[in-house]
Design a protein around this ligand. Structure first.
Ligand SMILES: [Zn+2]
Ligand SMILES: [Zn+2]
Length: 393
């Protein structure tokens, strides 16, 4: 948890609709759901429908509401957008417009008590669910920051017919499936209520736990954390520290092995021709962020060191930092030139051998610079680790 928790005493009125929905579905989940299972049992079809709807709704929030609409990390075919709009409504977390507007404010003003709608600095409960059950000033709806989304007819349609869509998917679908399966109540309790409660809290964990529990390898300027355990339950959104620093990247778990089903879904959609323009941050920038954090840690260690003769270490560290700054400057210059030349080559349709040779050598230099940062980071990581152990002993 963040060290300072400013007291916010705001007597906001209760927001009845979400309060009643959250409390009634939660109560049913801990009473009627197990009771019905004990008395009547749930069959495989019901569990299958529960699992399918859980994943459909979950991914519609992460790949649709979050990475497509809030951050525009890729473009999607209208069929995909309609699908996400439908199952996103089933997740019952408000319309795309309202959700994305709040989320963009969360990124812009992260950790600002008065302006971040779900600031963790107001406590775990507030960031998880408290912010929705009262009409706080910080949560006031203002759609000015989602004008780009209002141009999409699918988004407008979902906003306008949000309540009928919620009822059709949350009540209509389970009742219909239950009718076909011969047990309406069983299906409603599992695929309707239990599924909704899990959908809710999984998303809410991203605002609460992902700002309180985990590591901060990419930036320490905000409370967002990377947590592989939370990624398992949140369709990959647990890599929240990376996400807050590189919000335009369609990946949250940026390493190929990091569990991020949402990025795999988006990549598959692109492969099928249903998504395009997937945005990726250059890997050099990622290395830069990782190294910057290591420098900060090393400086903190030296500044608070009880050991004598830290001056020599400080000088060595500053020499490392100078090398880092030089590499950054070279990368910036070379990248600017490279983008410019690529644009010109495309415009003139030049594919000469000379251009090809130049591109190859520039690319090699990029790789070398990336490698230099990686090696510097390794040095600093070892230094930080050894230093901490030395001081502890
Ligand atoms: Zn986000
Ligand atoms: Zn966040």
């Amino acid at each position: 948890m963040p060290s300072s928790t400013p007291a916010v005493r705001e007597q906001a009125p209760i927001n009845w609709a979400p309060t009643l929905i959250f409390s009634s579905t939660f109560l049913i989940t801990i009473t009627a759901v197990p009771w019905y299972g004990w008395r009547h049992g749930y069959d495989a079809v019901e569990w299958l429908a529960f699992g399918a709807m859980l994943v459909l709704c979950g991914l519609s929030i992460t790949a649709g509401y979050h990475r497509l609409w809030s951050h525009r990390t890729y473009e999607a075919h209208p069929l995909v957008r309609a699908w996400f709009a439908l199952w996103g409504a089933c997740a019952l977390q408000n319309s795309i417009l309202i959700w994305c507007s709040g989320h963009r404010r969360h990124h812009r003003h992260v950790d600002e008590v008065e302006r971040d709608p779900y600031s963790i600095r107001r406590g775990l409960w507030f960031a998880h669910i408290g912010w929705m059950i009262r009409d706080y000033k910080s949560g006031a709806v203002d759609l000015n920051n989602v004008q780009d989304l209002q141009r999409d007819p699918i988004v407008r349609f979902q906003h306008r017919f949000y309540v009928p869509l919620v009822l059709a998917t949350n009540v209509g679908v389970p009742v219909l499936l239950g009718f076909l399966n011969g047990d309406i109540w069983g299906m409603f309790l599992l695929a309707g209520v239990l599924r909704l409660v899990i959908n809710h809290h999984v998303t809410f964990f991203i605002n609460s736990l992902c700002h309180a529990w985990g590591r901060r390898p990419y930036t320490r300027t905000n409370t967002a954390r990377d947590n592989p355990w939370l990624a398992l339950f949140t369709y990959g959104e647990g890599y929240h520290n990376f996400h807050h620093y590189f919000q335009t990247d369609y990946r949250n778990g940026v390493r190929w092995w990091q569990f991020d089903p949402t990025k795999w879904l988006i990549a598959t959609l692109a492969w099928l021709g249903l998504a395009r323009n997937l945005k990726r941050v250059p890997s050099f920038k990622i290395q830069e962020a990782l190294l910057q954090v290591q420098f900060e840690k090393a400086r903190t260690h030296l500044n608070h060191s009880p050991l004598p003769n830290v001056e020599a270490l400080r000088q060595a560290l500053e020499a490392e930092y100078q090398q880092f700054m030089d590499t950054l400057a070279e990368w910036k210059l070379l990248r600017g030139q490279w983008v410019q030349q690529k644009r010109e080559a495309l415009a003139e349709k030049k594919h000469e051998l000379q251009t090809l040779w130049h591109h190859t050598s520039v690319r090699t230099r990029f790789k070398e610079m990336e490698y230099m940062l990686k090696m510097q980071r390794k040095r600093l990581q070892v230094f930080n680790l050894n230093f901490a152990t030395l001081v502890a002993n």
